[in-house]
Structures are given as structure tokens and as C-alpha cells.
Design a protein around this ligand. Structure first.
Ligand SMILES: NC(=O)c1ccc[n+]([C@@H]2O[C@H](COP(=O)([O-])OP(=O)(O)OC[C@H]3O[C@@H](n4cnc5c(N)ncnc54)[C@H](O)[C@@H]3O)[C@@H](O)[C@H]2O)c1
Length: 349
């Protein structure tokens, strides 16, 4: 976090932002403030979206024609924040036109599509970065440090809830909309992919669009995780509990104390007499580490600029995007099969 925050670019990246619905204007706002970026154009099919952004940023060129950005030789990179179903075609066209690409999560609609994008980016020597914003979140990084330092001991399990009322997506299930956040966070924390995945979903409101999902993940070392995703909930929850053999952590992204470390656990000492097991419970202090107040989106987009200026791999790399897609595909497949366990490619290694 600190190193990205202090990044001083050697040049400006000239950027076009595509998709100005719910999320795109946030990307425009943050890019507009970054010292390494120059937003030269914005694009949306909807005239109303263009008019709205034009009132705020009158100097930025507006167009409803994506091809116009592809033809513009002065544009170095495109930032794509359109619906998931359009990511592949737009990102592919951008790469083939020689533009670096930042594409919102999930990177594409399938593992095969993501592999195609990665191959084109590699062939053309271009940066392809998926927008896994939570990899830049200070609390997520604080938890990662706790896990990596061994302070929590062996991680027994992780349980996470990402639920709120809305926003129902017309073309994607809740797994594809909210799942990328938790799957990218789990991958970032654990540095491995689950060996098996199972999921059950229900389409409560719109036929054919699952709006609640319960996903179970199992890892090679025995660690298990449960991910609850829903657009139907009485209140917003962004809460993850990490249970380790030494300490436990609650990460609550809606709290002003987002990370709390509990010196709590249970030990099973060697029995004094054969068969006489006596558990010893520990409920110690609770620590709430200071978390730097930095906006993750700003770090993320700075990392994108740095990746293409310095020709380095961004933290939210295309490889991470591919892993996330493999997890999404496994969860979606299991849900289709009524919750059957699906083995992932990680189970083969
Ligand atoms: N990183 C995050 O935390 C985060 C948060 C919210 C959304 N997102 C992602 O952002 C993306 C967009 O989500 P949203 O909720 O803003 O969707 P949205 O439907 O509100 O907006 C999408 C916009 O794209 C435009 N569009 C569609 N096709 C286009 C095309 N071919 N050319 C130009 N414009 C086109 C639409 O007119 C619309 O204005 C999704 O991938 C979503 O997963 C990321």
C-alpha cells in the first residue's frame, strides 16, 4: 500500500474510459485525480450517461462510438466498466488495436475467454489487468499480513458474508457479480486455489438469475471457506471471520474498525491420563490495528499506470483474474448440478 501510494510516474498515461453506468464514473473521478493518468475520452452507448459525466468534466471528450477510441492513436489504454457479457469483445478489440486494458471484474465471461485475452496481451506486449479492487484495500492487506506472519497460527476456516439489498444484475448471477470480490480476496490471502468447490443458489426474484448463493470451498491443506453472496438481505453485511489455531480475526468492511484481532482460541493439551481430554479455552484481548485511510480504487488505478509505464506485472494480474474465473466457473457448475462437488484444476497438482 505504502509503495503504491508513493509512486511517482515518469510519464502520463492517456486513458479512455468505456462504460459510465453505476461504477464507471468512480473510475473517471479517481483517474482524473491521479498524477499518472490523463482521461482523454469517455464512451457510453447511452447519451444520458455521457451528458451527466460531461457536466462534471466538460474538458473530457465524449463519444458513443467505441471504435473511435480504438482508432485514436493518442489513447494508450482503455478502462472498461461495461456489463460482464461485453468484457471479452471490448477487451479483445482494445488489445488488438494496441491499447493496454484495464477491465472490470470479472475479466471475461469464461476461463477460455480470459485465456484468449491473456494470450493476445502477451503476444502484443500489452498490460491486461482485471479490476480486483479489494487487493488494494488496506484492511484486506492488514489481514493478509496477519495470516502471512503466522500470527493467527494454522488457518482452520474462513467464513464470509457479502449481502445487501440490490443491485440485481439483468445478465449475471450473484456469483459472477459479488463472487469475484471474495474469491480474489481468498486467493490473495492464501496464495492458492481451492481443490474443490460446491454451491447452491436460488433465483428468488428474476427467473433464471440466481440472487442468493452459498458457496463452499476446500483447500489442499484442509482449510475450508464458506462464502455467502446475496442481493436480498435486510441489511448490508461485508463481514469475514478468519479462525486460526492461535488467534481469530473479524474483517468488517462496513465498520470504522474494519479489522479486529481476537486473542481467542481453544487448546487441546495432552491428556494427563489416558483418554482424559480437557479443552482449555482462551478469551484474551481484542486488538484493532490502525488502517491507513487510502482509497483502494486510487491504488488500483495507480498500479495499472505503473504496470504499463514501468512494464511490471500489477498486483491484480491477469493470472489472478484467471484464477478467479476458474473459481466462478466451478461454483456456477456446481450450482447447475444442484450443489455437487466440482474438482478444480488445483486438485490435480
Ligand atoms: N470493482 C468494484 O468494486 C466494482 C463495483 C461495481 C461494479 N463493478 C464492475 O463494473 C462493471 C460495470 O458495472 P455497473 O454496475 O457499472 O454496470 P451498469 O450496467 O450500471 O453500467 C454499464 C454501462 O456500460 C454501458 N455500455 C454497455 N455496453 C457498452 C459498449 N459496448 N460501449 C460503451 N458503453 C457500453 C452501458 O450503457 C452502461 O451505462 C461490471 O463489470 C461490474 O462487475 C466493479
Amino acid at each position: 500500500v505504502a509503495s503504491l501510494n508513493g509512486y511517482r510516474p515518469s510519464k502520463l498515461v492517456r486513458i479512455g474510459v468505456v462504460g459510465l453506468g453505476y461504477w464507471g464514473p468512480n473510475l473517471v473521478r479517481v483517474l482524473h485525480e491521479l498524477e499518472c493518468a490523463d482521461v482523454v475520452a469517455v464512451c457510453d452507448l447511452e447519451g444520458a450517461a455521457l451528458t451527466k459525466i460531461g457536466r462534471r468534466y466538460p474538458a473530457i471528450r465524449r463519444t458513443s462510438d467505441f471504435e473511435e477510441l480504438l482508432r485514436d492513436g493518442s489513447v494508450d489504454a482503455l478502462v472498461i466498466a461495461t456489463p460482464v457479457g461485453t468484457h471479452f469483445e471490448l477487451a479483445r478489440a482494445a488489445l488488438e488495436a494496441g491499447k493496454h486494458v484495464f477491465v472490470e471484474k470479472p475479466m471475461a465471461g469464461s476461463v477460455a475467454e480470459a485465456e484468449t485475452l491473456i494470450a493476445i496481451a502477451e503476444d502484443c506486449g500489452l498490460t491486461l489487468m482485471p479490476g480486483h479492487t479489494f487487493l488494494y484495500s488496506p484492511p484486506v492487506n492488514a489481514v493478509r499480513d496477519l495470516i502471512r506472519s503466522g500470527e493467527l497460527g494454522e488457518i482452520y476456516f474462513i467464513s464470509t458474508s457479502r449481502v445487501n439489498l440490490g443491485l440485481h444484475q439483468p445478465d449475471a448471477s450473484v456469483i459472477w457479480d459479488l463472487g469475484p470480490h471474495d474469491f480474489s480476496i481468498l486467493h490473495y490471502w492464501l496464495d492458492e486455489s481451492p481443490v474443490q468447490v460446491s454451491a447452491v443458489t436460488r433465483c428468488c426474484v428474476m427467473p433464471g438469475i440466481p440472487d442468493v448463493a452459498f458457496v463452499n470451498l476446500e483447500y489442499a491443506g484442509g482449510m475450508i471457506a464458506h462464502v455467502e453472496l446475496s442481493w436480498l438481505a435486510p441489511s448490508k453485511l461485508r463481514r469475514t471471520a478468519i479462525c486460526g489455531s492461535r488467534k481469530m480475526v473479524v474483517y468488517d468492511d462496513t465498520s470504522n474498525e474494519p479489522v479486529r484481532v481476537f486473542d481467542s482460541g481453544v487448546d487441546l493439551p495432552d491428556p494427563a491420563d489416558f483418554g482424559q481430554y480437557k479443552l482449555s479455552y482462551r478469551t484474551g484481548g481484542i486488538l484493532s490495528p490502525a488502517i491507513p485511510p487510502v482509497e483502494p480504487l486510487s491504488l488500483e488505478l495507480r498500479d495499472f499506470c505503473r504496470a504499463l509505464i514501468d512494464r511490471v506485472t500489477p498486483r491484480s494480474s491477469s493470472a489472478v483474474g484467471l484464477e478467479v474465473l476458474a473459481m466462478l466457473a466451478a461454483a456456477a457448475e456446481s450450482a447447475e448440478l444442484g450443489g455437487q462437488v466440482v474438482l478444480t484444476s488445483a486438485s490435480a497438482s
